[in-house]
Design a protein around this ligand. Sequence first.
Ligand SMILES: Cc1ncc(C[n+]2csc(CCOP(=O)(O)OP(=O)(O)O)c2C)c(N)n1
Ligand SMILES: [Mg+2]
Length: 424
Amino acid sequence: MADEKPKSNLPPLSLHVPEPNFRPGDTVDYSGLEIPAAGAQARPDINTKPKDMRDMVDDMIRVLDDDHAAVGPWDPKLDDETLLKMLRTMVQVRTFDDRLHRQQRQGKTSFYMKCTGEEATSVAAAMALHADDMCFPSYRQQGILFVRGYPLTEMVNQIFSNKADKLKGRQLPIMYSSRELNFFTVSGNLTTQYPQAVGWAMASASKGDSRIAAVWCGEGSTAEGDFHAAMTFAAVYNAPVIMNIVNNQWAISSFSGFAGAERATFAARGAGYGIAALRVDGNDPLAVYAATRWAAERARTNQGPTLIEHFTYRAEAHSTSDDPTAYRSAQEREEWPLGDPINRLNKHLIQRGVWSDEQQEALDAECLEAVKEAVKEAAKNGILGHGLHQPFETMFQDVFEEMPWHLKEQAAQANKEREIKWPS
Ligand SMILES: Cc1ncc(C[n+]2csc(CCOP(=O)(O)OP(=O)(O)O)c2C)c(N)n1
Ligand SMILES: [Mg+2]
C-alpha cells in the first residue's frame, strides 16, 4: 500500500506563481533589463539554418542609437521619402487612436482599442511587406490598414457600427476586415489567426503562388494552444509565413510572466520548433522594418518561416474597458527604456536634416484634421444608439447562400415581435 504521508526527508512540493516587478505606486527600476547597444547584432544571411542562429533569440536587433543615428548591419538604409511616410503613418495611427478613444468616452461607440507605443510593430512591418502579402492581424495592428490606404471614414463606420459599416454591425468595433487589402478579419478569440495564417501560407505554397503570409499576436496569446499548433505546422511544412509576437509586457492585467517571460524570451520559442527567430526592439521602426524584410525574403525564397518577437510596451490601457492604474505602476511608461517609436523616428529624421519640430507640429495638426473629417463624415451614417444601423432583418443574412426555411421563419417571427415591442 502506498504511503499516504509526505516523506519527511523530502521538501514539500511548491509552485511558483509569477508576480510583476512593479505594482501601482512602486518606484520603477529597469536597470536589470538587458538592452544591447544598437548596431551590435550580426545580420545572418537569409539562408542561415535556424540552429545556426539561436543566439539571436536572446539578443535584440536595434538600429537607432542613442544619438538617433541608424547604425550597424541591420540598418535598412531607407530613403528619406520612405522614412517620412513611416513617420506620417505612425502619427496618423496615434492621432486616430486618440480621437476614436475619445468618441467612445462620448458615447458614440461601445468600445475602442489603442496601439499607443506599438505603432512601429504594425506600420514598419507592413511597409516591409508587399501590398499583396496576406496579413492576419490581432486587434492592435490597425497600422497595417493605414499603410495599405484603407479610408479612415470606413474605419470609423465600422467603429460606429452604422448603416455604412461594411461588416454590417456584426463585429465588435475595431475588428476590421478588408479582402481588397489582404487584411484578414480581426477575431476577438485570441490566436485563432495563427493556424489560419500558417494554413493560408501552406495553401499559397501548394498552389505555387508567390505571396507570403504575416501574422501577429500578443505575448499573452502565445500561451494559447493555437500558437503551438501553428508553430508545428509552420516548421514541418516550411510554410512561407512571418509570425510576429508583439511583446508589450501585458495581457490586460496579467504581466508577461504568466505567458512564460520569466523563463525564456518569446523569440526562444522558435528555437524549440526549429524555426528561425529574431528578437527586435519593437520601438525602433528601422529595426522592425529590417527584421521583417529579412523574414520576408526568407519566406519568399522558400527558406521557411520566421518568428519575430517585438519587444515593446503597451503605453496605455488594454482597451476602453480597462483601468491599468489598478494593477501596474504609472511610472512604467515614463521609465520604459526603449522610448517611443514616433519620437525616435522623428529625432532620427531631424538628425538626418530632413525634418524639424515645426514640420512635426504641422503634421500632427494635419493628421488631426483628417481624423476629425473622417469622424464627421462617418457620423452622418449613424453613431451608437441613433438607430442608423443596418436594418434589423439583415442579421439573418449572409450565413447561407440561400436562406433555409427555418431561418426565414425565425426572421419573420423576430421582425414581428420587434414591431410589437417597438412600433416606432
Ligand atoms: C481565447 C481567448 N481567451 C481570452 C480572451 C480575453 N482576452 C482578450 S485580450 C486578452 C489579453 C491578450 O494579451 P496579449 O496577447 O498580450 O495581447 P495585447 O492585448 O497585449 O496586445 C485576453 C485575455 C479572448 N479574447 N480570447
Ligand atoms: Mg500583450
